[in-house]
Write a protein that binds this ligand. Structure first.
Ligand code: SER
Length: 331
């Protein structure tokens, strides 16, 4: 009996815990399951991190297995990946890393009877074949970045492990994530975080997208809540085993600039689109998330105005306390 109780205790492993989403999700999972039941891991240790942290290179399956056995892990959140813009620098290496780490996680989960696995997908799975407005969950997928290709393939592998082995893999296609707690790296939607830093620092912003490049975005708090709600939903309610669309809000650089100028009327922006504009032009303008709403009750809370006021208020406080070194702004 006591063995059974011990087995049922939830112990979470986060792979990619130093990243934009990983660092915030780690704190949310600690609140939910208790500090000692959450194992953060990444390629490098995180300075100042006080709870359990393991160095894991997720391309090394033996290392993942070792940590899973050591801590009797019952759930894995696999967040490590090379994002859309960065991935284009080294396409084959990006494919190798994104797929190898996913296969390693899926195999360790299968062999160790892991209870639940979370695999993040992205709006990057969509391409020219999908409608730009209200892109449905089951739209045609023809991604044009190696990151998008790896996520589309990953979604199918997630479903395969569910169908073939009964592994409870759950997934969300995140829009661009906007948060003040951490910094993104290598994404096409990253401008929407950077722009708030520049506004608060009262610096000019050079935008690598065109002013009318509308993309689906989501505030960090909504993105984290969506993840927890999906992972909490009863297994039988999860009808989509590839990945769920979730919407937050959609806006263009011009719209976020207009919102920022309500608080910083002199905020200066120069539009200088680069290859990331090409990537953005193939992604949806807006997302139909009715499947997530129907299956597990998804509903976003933050709109552009509340995102803007929260980002500016929180970043102002951080910059007041710290230096201009962005790394010190991490959690
Ligand atoms: N934010 C990601 C990117 O821009 C999309 O998932 O690459």
């Amino acid at each position: 009996m006591s063995q059974n109780i011990e087995y049922m205790k939830t112990v979470v492993l986060i792979i990619g815990a130093n990243g934009q989403l990983g660092s915030v999700l780690t704190e949310a999972l600690k609140q939910k399951f208790g500090n000692s039941n959450v194992i953060a891991s990444d390629l490098r240790a995180r300075e100042g991190y006080k709870d359990t942290f393991e160095i894991i290179d997720a391309t090394d399956i033996d290392r993942i297995q070792e940590v899973v056995v050591q801590y009797k892990v019952t759930q894995i959140y696999h967040l490590a990946a090379i994002l859309s813009a960065k991935g284009e620098e080294t396409p084959l290496q990006t494919w190798d890393i994104n797929m190898k780490t996913l296969f390693n996680v899926l195999e360790v989960c299968r062999k160790n009877n892991i209870e639940k696995v979370f695999f993040p997908s992205s709006i990057a799975v969509f391409g020219e074949g999908a409608p730009l407005e209200n892109t449905p969950n089951n739209a045609y997928l023809d991604p044009a970045t190696v990151y998008g290709i790896s996520k589309a393939a990953g979604e199918n592998w997630a479903q395969y492990y569910f169908l073939r082995y009964g592994l409870d893999v759950r997934s969300i296609r995140y829009p661009g994530v906007i948060g003040y707690q951490s910094l993104p790296g290598g994404g096409t939607t990253d401008y929407a975080v950077d722009i708030y830093h520049k506004a608060v620092l009262e610096e000019k912003f050079n935008c690598f997208l065109k002013e009318d490049a509308t993309l689906p975005m989501i505030f960090m708090d909504d993105a984290i809540r969506a993840t927890l709600e999906l992972m909490d939903a009863p297994k039988e309610d999860i009808m989509t085993r590839t990945s769920y669309n979730i919407a937050g809000i959609s806006f263009s650089p011009a719209e976020v600039v207009a919102e920022i100028r309500k608080l910083y009327p002199d905020f200066e922006v120069k539009y200088d689109p680069d290859f990331r504009q090409e990537i953005a032009s193939r992604w949806p303008n807006s997302i139909d998330d009715s499947a997530a709403t129907k299956d597990w009750g998804w509903k976003p809370e933050f709109d552009l105005e509340s995102i803007t006021t929260t980002m500016i208020q929180k970043l102002k406080a951080k910059y007041k306390k710290g230096s201009k070194n962005l790394e010190t702004l991490m959690l």
